[in-house]
Design a protein around this ligand. Sequence first.
Ligand code: PBG
Length: 325
Amino acid sequence: MAFPTQRPRRLRANEKIRCLVQKTTVEVGDFVYPLFVAHGRGLKKPIESLPGVYNLSIDTLLEEAAEIVELGIPGVILFGLPAYKDEMGSEAYDDEGIVQQAVRVLKQHFPDLLVITDVCLCEYTSHGHCGVVEEGRILNDPTLELLARTALSHARAGADIVAPSDMMDGRVAAIRQALDDAGFQDVAIMSYTVKYASAFYGPFREAADSVPKFGDRRSYQMDPPNAREAFREVILDIEEGADIIMIKPALAYLDIIRQVRERFPYPIAAYNVSGEYATVKAAALRGWIDERRVVLEILTGIKRAGADIILTYHAKDVARWLRDG
Ligand code: PBG
């Protein structure tokens, strides 16, 4: 009679043995939580397509930060909603801009919280593009100076890490140079290195009011079918001085995370983006899926693919689930 000679089920028999052989764990220390900060007072405006996420003013941001710190989440990434938008996105590099104010206040109240700033122009420009626009084209080189000024202004406010998300060529070098020249050698760069032109950013653009007024972002963000191009971007960003490589979105690009992990000895951050969050939330709110198990399974998948850091809107929920067992 035929019988199995190999029995993998022995190692699945109970929680203890499963725990011993479990290879990938998701921990609160892996997370960065995105925050949207706006001018005003007492603001806590729900973002419809991101249930549980809000536009916050500085005072309500502090309350939120207290909760984040209490949950043990190590870092936040800040996105700003400016008071005004113009062609050149000038609030982005204004020392009194909303992100700069938020960074100063956060570092003052929570010096140990890692404060990361998104460095981009799209939330600040009247046309909604991530760079300087001339005759309908997004110009690369004139944008670099504005991005460098933005990063420097964030560093002056006290940011620990700056995260350029614009996808202009050469921006990591421009930012590194500007930071070093001003004595900010210790401010790290987490570069949105491999950022695809994805439909999964939809809810974010509602939250950050950053929908491009004409065209789309395909002349600067990467084309979803391409993988080799991702490695080229990684090589360039490393040469230019990036400390952490980000891949974004996460779920449709797990193969990219895995391959970058195998090829490059650098920390990888994966951005579990707004549309990925919204999709899960929508199904969970209808009771169609078990939110907790689905979220943990997704985040485990992102880590198993090779990410060290996960930027995710689920961070607070997961921190609570992990804490409460
Ligand atoms: C700004 C930026 C975007 C996201 C992060 N930084 C939007 C975009 O490129 O249009 C998306 C984050 C998310 O969807 O959660 N350039």
